[in-house]
Write a protein that binds this ligand. Structure first.
Ligand code: GLU
Length: 450
């Protein structure tokens, strides 16, 4: 496997200090050995070397004025990673942890995720180290406008179509779209995840969370099982977690945890979804407020988390849905989950499990749905939003949800079939990585050295 070592050491020289990016690349390359062995032309045509280098990376200054009149400066990013299958597509993340490594790992994952959907979308990602916590609505608007003052020249409905991610929801997309329209004078489908009032698609808000649960249901169906009556652990309390919880209830499961940056809630009889939405969708207050309604629930503050991982994964349950952020599930967490009888992990976040946690799941032969397959419902529904925008149509909730269910089923079947074809039945990491890679790599071969 010298090509892995060679690629990573090259990246360390040419793109130093990007640990998360190397992690994402290594995870994909690890799976590709069998397909690279049997198809020498991928190596002859330098497909790996081309894939790990973004087609274009844009970094820019985002200056803005806060409510006190002080000038603030943030960093802005857009990484246009690969356009072999379509316009660059992927979200924008606003979070203090954002740096070039985070955006590149997300953009790299996005290439394969988008390829797996079977839809015509390339991979990209962007964002800023802007911290929305404690900012007023006016500050958020001024920041979004400044961000768009640079980004607008790089995006367009057939070139690069951003959407949301952590810290970027309907409000931020509204402000950015408004500024794009002012700068360009064009009213077009340059964003997805838009408000339903002006070009958004039904189900887009719910799509990632619903999709993660549909993916889990597909994984269980090959074992003649279902989510009904299963106890489920969920991390996070943002858009993905909320709609995963909603779909789990609809399918007869009981979600018993959720978390935010302050701590974890454990509620044995089931998380109160209406209360969670009230706490998080509007005012974005801390989960500790949950205890005011439910004295019997437990709140574990982050200061009390185990040193080697996350409190949420230490409870006993049948299934786990990491829906918060990267590397939130460690080796010790994976071991605890398995010891406590967990049979399924379906990832709503991007790269939430560390590499040794993933290996633990695969060795234990539990159902494990990696993020780039399990959480692809969000971006897939974004493409359905693009299709509606460009044909000037709006589809019903049922129509979009039906398409989403079909897409999730297809992604599962493609990954599952590929895992069988390459001799590791049920290893969906291998299946998803090879199937996604093949689609992008074959398109790149046909398009020549560009
Ligand atoms: N940020 C989401 C993801 O990680 C959605 C991207 C999109 O809809 O373009 O896939």
């Amino acid at each position: 496997m010298s090509y892995i070592h060679e690629t990573i050491s090259n990246l360390k020289n040419t793109s130093p200090a990007q640990a998360e990016f190397y992690q994402a690349v290594e995870e994909v390359l690890d799976s590709l050995a069998p397909i690279l062995e049997s198809n020498k032309h991928y190596q002859q045509q330098a497909i790996i070397q081309r894939l790990v280098e973004p087609e274009r990376q844009i970094m820019f200054r985002v200056p803005w004025v806060d409510d006190e009149g002080n000038i603030q400066v943030n960093k802005g990013y857009r990484v246009e990673f690969n356009s072999a299958l379509g316009p660059y597509k992927g979200g924008l993340r606003f979070h203090p942890s954002v740096n070039a490594s985070i955006i590149k790992f997300l953009g790299f994952e996005q290439i394969f995720k988008n390829a797996l959907t079977g839809l015509p979308i390339g991979g990209g990602k962007g964002g800023s180290n802007f911290d929305a916590k404690g900012k007023s609505d006016g500050e958020i608007m001024r920041f979004c406008q400044s961000f768009m003052n640079e980004l607008y020249r790089h995006i367009g409905p057939t070139t690069d179509v951003p959407a949301g991610d952590i810290g970027v929801g309907a409000r931020e997309i509204g402000y950015m779209f408004g500024q794009y329209k002012r700068l360009t004078g064009r009213y077009e489908g340059v964003f997805t995840g838009k408000s339903l009032l002006w070009g958004g698609s039904l189900v887009r808000k719910e799509a990632t969370g619903y999709g993660v649960v549909y993916f889990a249901e597909n994984m269980l169906s090959v074992k003649q099982e279902s989510l009904k009556d299963k106890k489920c652990l969920i991390s996070g309390s943002g858009n993905v977690a909320i709609y995963a919880i909603e779909k789990l209830y609809q399918l007869g499961a009981t979600p018993i945890t959720c978390s935010d940056s302050t701590g974890t809630i454990y509620h044995e009889s089931g998380i109160d979804l209406a209360l969670l939405k009230e706490l998080k969708e509007g005012s974005r207050s801390s989960l500790i407020g949950y205890l005011e309604e439910y004295k019997e629930a437990q709140f574990i503050p982050i200061d009390d988390y185990p040193k080697d991982g996350h409190a949420v994964w230490r409870f006993s349950a049948d299934a786990a849905f990491p829906c918060a952020t990267q590397n939130e599930l460690t080796l010790a967490d994976a071991q605890a989950l398995i010891e406590n009888g967990c049979q399924l992990v379906s990832e709503g976040a991007n790269m939430p499990s560390t590499q040794d946690a993933i290996n633990t799941f695969i060795e234990a032969k539990i159902s494990y749905g990696p993020g780039k397959a399990a959480n692809a419902g969000g971006v897939a529904t974004s493409q359905l939003e693009m299709a509606q925008n460009s044909s000037m149509q709006t589809w019903s909730f049922e129509q979009v949800d039906q398409r989403l269910q079909e897409i999730m089923k297809n992604i599962f079947q493609t990954a599952h079939k590929t895992s069988i074809e390459f001799g590791q039945p049920g290893n969906l990491v291998l299946g998803a990585n090879i199937a996604g890679f093949k689609r992008v790599a074959d398109a790149m071969l046909e398009q020549g050295v560009v």
